[in-house]
Design a protein around this ligand. Sequence first.
Ligand SMILES: [Zn+2]
Length: 203
Amino acid sequence: MTESYESLLHKAYANVGEITEAQDRLVVPEVKGYIEGKTTVFENFSEIASITRRDPDHLMKTMLGELGTAGKIDGNRAIFNGKFEIHLINSLVRNYIDDYVICSECGKPDTRLVKDDRVLLLRCEACGGHRPVRKRRARTEPVSSTPEQGQIIDIEIESLSRRGDGVGKIGRYIVYVAGAKPGQTIKVRITKVAGQVVFTERA
Ligand SMILES: [Zn+2]
């Protein structure tokens, strides 16, 4: 059966409605950037910072802590010392939004950071929920954006795999450490990198 023009039109408008509604979720563009000499330029930094509605200095400071490097805000751009792949910068932005922007109760971005007895809370204006901001422990070594075979790293074990191996992360990479337990930090040598999966042995 062919649908009438009116019915199609109606559907088209209904879809437009849905898209508008979905926008109270945070729409954050992909990080644009490039490596320039020994630095990494995050080109659309101020655009993304303004979408998160957080203090750009706070976003910058948090990212520098995660990268274990120094850097500066330069106009609309941010510049990090060291070469980092843009997908790593992008995943740090997503982490920041999860930690400091999105309400974990209702998933909306209408939140504010407030200090309560020196504890940083994320307070949600949409649902009234609040939670302490999760603190990521500072990394012991600067994050190298691409783990390489033979490299020795300290890895913090965050969870256990289904097979019982310890699982840690370097940026978007998943690192497996045999016999390791969550909470431990272990020195390992990278034996193989397959896609986003990193295999190791004790160093
Ligand atoms: Zn909420």
